[in-house]
Design a protein around this ligand. Structure first.
Ligand code: HAM
Length: 424
C-alpha cells in the first residue's frame, strides 16, 4: 500500500524550524501594534464571490489559483488566497465600521493558492498584513510602508529594495491602458499564449513580465507616469514625502502593477536581493479605494500590505534560545512513578520546561535519553529517594549530582539551570 504523503506545495513546520516563522509573525504583529494596529482574525474559508469580486475575476489568482469547491449546502466557497477582501468584509459587517477612522487592523494566518511550487512559493503559505481603512490621505500609504520597513529592520533583514509606483485611478488609467494596448497590438502574435490571453483580459499585467523580448517591447512603449492625472501625481508626491520623513529609501518602478485588481494609485513591493524580482517579492501592497463598494458595502478608502512569512523566515536565523533549559524527571522503578509525576507538576508550576520519563527503562537509558533531548538537568527518583523523601538532581552539563529534600528540589533545579545558562 502506498503511504499517504503531504500535498505538493504544502509544508510541515517541524519544532526545530517553526520558531523562525513564529518569531517573524510575533515581531510583525508587535511592530503593527506599535503603530496602533489591532489584530483581527477572519475565517480561512469564504464565499467564492468575495474573491471573484474583490481580487478580480480576470486575475491569475482567481482564474488559476483558487481552491474552490461546493460545500454541502450547495454554496461555492473558497479557501482564502489573500486577506484584504476578507478583512474589509469583516470591517463592513461589524461594529468596526462605526469606529473612529482610520481603522487600523493587522492579521496573520494561512492563505491558499494553487501556484507552481518553488523556493519560497507554496500552495499553503502564511501572510502577515495590515490594512488601514477609512482615510484617503497618502500619508497613510507611507505609514503602512513604514510598518513593513520597521518590521524587516527589527528582524535584521538587509538587502531589501522598496519599489513604489502609482497605477493611476479611474480618471487616468483608462488612457494609459488604451495607449498600452495600441502599442502592444502590432506585437500580439509574438506574445506567449498566456501573455496573449492577458493582453485581452488585463493588459497592465504584462508590465511586470519577466520575458526579455516582451520587456524590450514594453521599454519603448508608454509609461504610466506620463499619464497620471494631477490628483494621482499629487498623491504619489505625498507618499514620497512621507517616506522621506520616515527615512525610508525607495525607488519608483513604473512597471510595478501587482496581480490583484483592486489597486488604485499607490502600489509597492519590497524585494530582496536573494529572491528573483517582482514575482518573488517579500511583501506587496497598495491603496484600494473602491474595494468595499465592489464587495457591495458602503465605500471607504483603504491601504495595506501583506508579506509572505515563509519568505521572511527564510531570511532570518533561529531566535536565540531562551536559556532556561529543559528538565528531565525520571522515575527509577514503578514505585516512584507517582512521586516523579508530582515533582514534574511542581517544577512546571515554577515555569520550568519538564519532560517526564516515567516508563520502565533503566536509569542509564533514561539519562542517555535526557542527554539526547538536550535536557540540562535530570531529576532521578528511585527507591532510595522515596525512602527519605529526596530527589537526586543531576547537572547533565557539569556531570555533577546531589541529593536534596523533595521540598527543596524546585529551588535547586532552578539554581542549577541558571548556573548552567550563565556558564553558557
Ligand atoms: P500579494 O502580492 O498577492 O498581495 O501577496 C503578498 C505576499 O504574499 C507576496 O509578496 C509574497 O511574499 C506572499 N505570497 C504570495 N503568494 C505566495 C505563495 N504562493 N507562496 C508563498 N508566499 C506567497 C496580497 O495578497 C494583498 N492582499 C496585499 C495587500 C494587503 N494589499 C493591500 N493590503
Amino acid at each position: 500500500m502506498t503511504a499517504v504523503q503531504r500535498l505538493r506545495g504544502t509544508a510541515d513546520w517541524l519544532p526545530q524550524d517553526l520558531p523562525r516563522l513564529r518569531r517573524a509573525e510575533q515581531a510583525g504583529l508587535a511592530v503593527a501594534r506599535a503603530f496602533g494596529y489591532g489584530e483581527i482574525a477572519t475565517p480561512v474559508i469564504e464565499p467564492t464571490e468575495l474573491f471573484t469580486r474583490g481580487v478580480g475575476d480576470t486575475t491569475d489568482i482567481v482564474t488559476h489559483q483558487m481552491y474552490t469547491f461546493t460545500d454541502l449546502g450547495g454554496r461555492s466557497v473558497s479557501l482564502r488566497p489573500e486577506g484584504t477582501a476578507a478583512v474589509l468584509r469583516a470591517f463592513a459587517e461589524s461594529s468596526l465600521r462605526q469606529a473612529p477612522r482610520p481603522v487600523r487592523l493587522a492579521y496573520a494566518g494561512p492563505m491558499f493558492r494553487h501556484d507552481r511550487p518553488g523556493r519560497g512559493r507554496f500552495r499553503q503559505f502564511h501572510q502577515l498584513g495590515v490594512e488601514a481603512i477609512g482615510e484617503a490621505d497618502p500619508e497613510l500609504d507611507a505609514e503602512v510602508i513604514a510598518v513593513a520597513w520597521d518590521w524587516l529592520r527589527r528582524l535584521g533583514i538587509e538587502g531589501t529594495t522598496l519599489a513604489l509606483n502609482s497605477i493611476g485611478d479611474a480618471t487616468c488609467r483608462p488612457l494609459f491602458r488604451a495607449a498600452l494596448l495600441a502599442h502592444l497590438a502590432p506585437h500580439r502574435d509574438r506574445l506567449a499564449p498566456l501573455d496573449r490571453e492577458r493582453l485581452g483580459r488585463n493588459p497592465l499585467r504584462l508590465l511586470d513580465s519577466k520575458d526579455a523580448s516582451l520587456r524590450a517591447i514594453l521599454a519603448s512603449g508608454p509609461q504610466i507616469a506620463a499619464f497620471l492625472c494631477p490628483a494621482c501625481r499629487d498623491a504619489l508626491a505625498r507618499v514620497e514625502a512621507g517616506l522621506r520623513a520616515y527615512g525610508i529609501p525607495y525607488q519608483v518602478e513604473p512597471q510595478l502593477v501587482r496581480g490583484l485588481d483592486y489597486y488604485v494609485r499607490t502600489t509597492f513591493e519590497v524585494w530582496h536581493q536573494s529572491l528573483e524580482g517582482a514575482q518573488n517579492a517579500l511583501l506587496g501592497g497598495g491603496r484600494y479605494d473602491g474595494l468595499l463598494a465592489t464587495l457591495g458595502f458602503p465605500d471607504a478608502p483603504g491601504v495595506g500590505f501583506a508579506a509572505g512569512l515563509e519568505r521572511i523566515a527564510l531570511l532570518t536565523g533561529m531566535p536565540p534560545a531562551d536559556g532556561s533549559g529543559t528538565v528531565a524527571v525520571c522515575s527509577i522503578g514503578a514505585a516512584a512513578v507517582a512521586a516523579a509525576i508530582r515533582l514534574g507538576t511542581a517544577l512546571r508550576g515554577r515555569g520550568l520546561v519538564v519532560v517526564a520519563d516515567v516508563g520502565p527503562r533503566s536509569a542509564r537509558a533514561k539519562l542517555r535519553g535526557a542527554d539526547g533531548q538536550g535536557a540540562a538537568v535530570a531529576c532521578l527518583l528511585g527507591d532510595d529517594e522515596l525512602r527519605d523523601a529526596t530527589v537526586t538532581v543531576r547537572d547533565l552539563r557539569a556531570q555533577r549530582q546531589e541529593r536534596v529534600a523533595v521540598a527543596d528540589a524546585p529551588d535547586r533545579v532552578a539554581a542549577t539551570l541558571a548556573a548552567g545558562a550563565a556558564a553558557g
